[in-house]
Write a protein that binds this ligand. Sequence first.
Ligand code: SAH
Length: 396
Amino acid sequence: MSGTVLLKRNRAKPVNQRHPWIYSGAVDRVEGDPAECGIVDVRDAGNNWLARGYVNQQSQIVVRLLTWEQDEQVDAAFWRARLERAIAARQALADDPATDVYRLAHAESDYLPGLIIDRYGDWLVVQFLTLGMEQWKDEIVGSLVGLVDGVRGVYERSDVDVREKEGLEQRVGLLWGEEPPEEIEIVENGRRFLVDVRQGHKTGFYLDQRENRARLPSFCAGAEVLDAFSYVGGFSVYAAAGEAESVTLVDSSTPALDLARRNLALNGLDTGIEYVEGNVFSVLRGYRAQERQFDVVILDPPKFAHSGREVERASRAYKDVNLLAFQLLRPGGVLFTFSCSGAVSADLFQKIVFGAALDAGRDAQIVGYLAQGADHPVALTFPEGAYLKGLICRVW
Ligand code: SAH
């Protein structure tokens, strides 16, 4: 059995440019029966073969493309080769004794659409985001445990809303090997953290900030540091290790702050740390009213824009919180500011931060451009993969 997706006239260009997605609007018709595993050939309006991928007619993204080589079959060996490539690209991380936590597969940007694989020491935590990928779960897990040395278990965290757009239920649980402990102790750039891979955000930890956290300590000696949206204290551990005089963590989540407290203690860093449970917007307004000042502020908010339609509202929220940060910084102080909204471009984000500095009446210089780490690559054919952007600003 095989199926063919025929495109409308003049809709082949993105496919030829190797963009991995075909939206329903570009599809003229689907012929034949897609194989049980959902693999289809894609042809242009003139019936010329273009590419091969997996189909989901319930999704707005009808096909996710896998290969542009007509004689390349999509089978267990195909997935194994793709996984090998993704794993090979992380060899430097695998060899680094100071880090045992990183992303092994970053979906479309690793030519594995709909598949996330994160490594937490001896456990792999995976997300199957699409129907097409779901159908290859056994082959993927089977290859993976043979390809990654020392894996004790593979745990699934497919509890993500995007599965609903694919007609899939959320799913969480062990896929292979041993159950992970309630908390896995991991090491990132020599700093230790406890991670709850069952309940934690995403697959447990914000792995995408690893390289950015490493930039923080050099700004922190003797500084009063404010870590806003701290979660489990990722940035705070690095700030305290950089000999900050004090670190104030602000987050609305009690369990996140509890774990942050234990993470700081685990690194022997428990003096001069203040934990504040509350809404960052109101806590920072309170500090402004008290004329409290900081030398370093980190702003790593959750995704404010989930789609293009939310960009305007999100921009106002980013502007508000950055304005507060500028108002709280001492002259010569440093702001680490982030947006993880894919719909907000790096260019727009810089403009928002500029607007905030202007309204605060502060001069600010960009002294660093930040992005997601190298284990979260962006395929040139898939610019949508660039979601995390950040700036280090020196404020006067
Ligand atoms: N910087 C963290 C990740 C931050 S994730 C790290 O490096 O690991 C975003 C955090 O913001 C979450 O912990 C969430 O609980 C918190 N949060 C979301 N909205 C908030 C708000 N309005 N006020 C305070 N915290 C908020």
